[in-house]
Design a protein around this ligand. Structure first.
Ligand code: SF4
Length: 375
């Protein structure tokens, strides 16, 4: 804890805030996207916007794994949980996410379906060992941080030759999402979203390294700074982005050197490469269908692929039209632009995924009271 406190020092934060204000060019604006929902929550938890000059605008990105999962794939998980003899193992955040017709995994559980909350992929594997008379399906979601544990669980299931364990794979890729944002009409043509640079995710980057972002810096001329989650990390990273933009540079810089290298974690990457391959396309909530942005289980492990084992095929569904999550995820709207934010839609009664997840932008605005002027 004492180690962490060093990154939360108030005097140091005020000093960094002064340096940013001195160095930011008053003749221009800076629009910086924090990709990761963890950063969005850190930004509000520590009052970062109040420490920045008015011409630095933080844009919230799509890096919330629960938020970007499309309703159709959540519907499939609920349908699967409704089948006989199935134990669906899910991370806790997913249970309250509204699916079609306001159904949810929590509702499925109240209907008597066997939906269990697990903290890790290996816990789901253990469930399968404890319940040999049931099919245990891990509802696997998340970016590159959670993919290696899923890969490991599948490798272990293969080593144990477990016949009753499978994975409903919804793992997605950060670089593809960043590219989808930069290629979106709102950024490229319409000018609705301005993104001058990115605060890059730190946890994801411990796995993939800082190397994959070099493409965006070069090709799209957008600087990227890999940022830690503590307030001094975030402020120092904003200062690094401001400096790059002032100097006309577009490079990848790594503020979070205590956890991220250029190459990332080779062991974890090899594990993922052994088990998963790219899907030709994956449908995201908010970003639409993005080529090569999701993972599926390789043929050699396909007996652990729940989509194949149970014949799961996603159907077209209509999103709740009142919910602005897709626009919030793309950075086009702020949560407070949604008409039902904080009134109909609250953490106790979430209408969209962005209000449920610990990494959702709407939940961050609500929890840290960035809304009093809006409702
Ligand atoms: S406030 Fe609720 S309904 Fe509105 S965008 Fe956020 S999650 Fe969706």
């Amino acid at each position: 804890m004492r180690y962490i406190q060093g990154f939360r020092d108030g005097d140091a934060a005020r000093a960094l805030s002064r340096l940013i204000a001195e160095e930011a060019d008053t003749g221009r604006d800076y629009h910086l996207m924090e990709f990761c929902g963890g950063h969005t929550h850190a930004v509000f938890r520590h009052g970062i916007p109040d420490l920045l000059p008015g011409n630095i605008n933080l844009v919230h990105g799509p890096g919330c794994p629960v938020c970007v999962l499309p309703v159709a794939r959540l519907d499939l998980a609920i349908e699967l949980a409704g089948r006989e003899n199935i134990i669906l193992a899910s991370y806790g955040d997913m249970l309250r996410v509204p699916a079609s017709r306001r159904d949810s995994l929590l509702n499925a559980r109240s209907r008597g379906r066997d939906v269990r909350v697990v903290q890790s992929a290996v816990e789901a594997l253990e469930l399968a060992q404890q319940h040999p008379d049931h099919q245990v399906v891990l509802f696997a979601i998340g970016f590159e941080t959670t993919t290696p544990p899923t890969a490991l669980a599948i490798q272990q299931a293969a080593a144990l030759d477990l016949p009753n364990f499978s994975v409903y794979c919804n793992h997605v890729l950060t670089p593809s999402a960043i590219q989808a944002i930069l290629d979106s009409p709102e950024v490229r043509q319409l000018g609705q979203v301005r993104v001058d640079g990115f605060l890059g995710p730190s946890h994801v980057s411990t796995i993939i390294g800082s190397g994959p972002y070099e493409f965006f810096a070069e090709e799209y001329q957008r600087p990227v700074v890999i940022a830690g989650f503590e307030p001094l990390d975030v402020l120092a990273s904003i200062r690094m982005l401001v400096r790059q933009l002032n100097e006309g540079r577009a490079e990848v810089e790594n503020q979070f050197t205590r956890g991220v290298s250029r190459a990332g974690n080779e062991k974890a990457k090899n594990m993922v490469a052994d088990v998963f391959e790219l899907r030709p396309e994956f449908a995201w909530r908010g970003l639409g269908t993005v080529p090569y942005s999701g993972l599926r289980i390789k043929r050699q492990y396909q007996r652990f692929d729940a989509e194949k084992r149970f014949g799961l095929v996603a159907k077209d569904v209509r999103e709740n039209q009142a919910c602005q999550c897709p626009a919030v995820i793309r950075g086009v709207k702020k949560p407070t632009d949604c008409e039902i934010f904080g009134t109909v839609c609250t953490p106790r009664n979430p209408i969209g995924s962005c209000m449920v997840s610990d990494e959702g932008a709407c939940a961050a605005y609500y929890r840290y009271r960035r809304y009093s002027e809006a409702i």
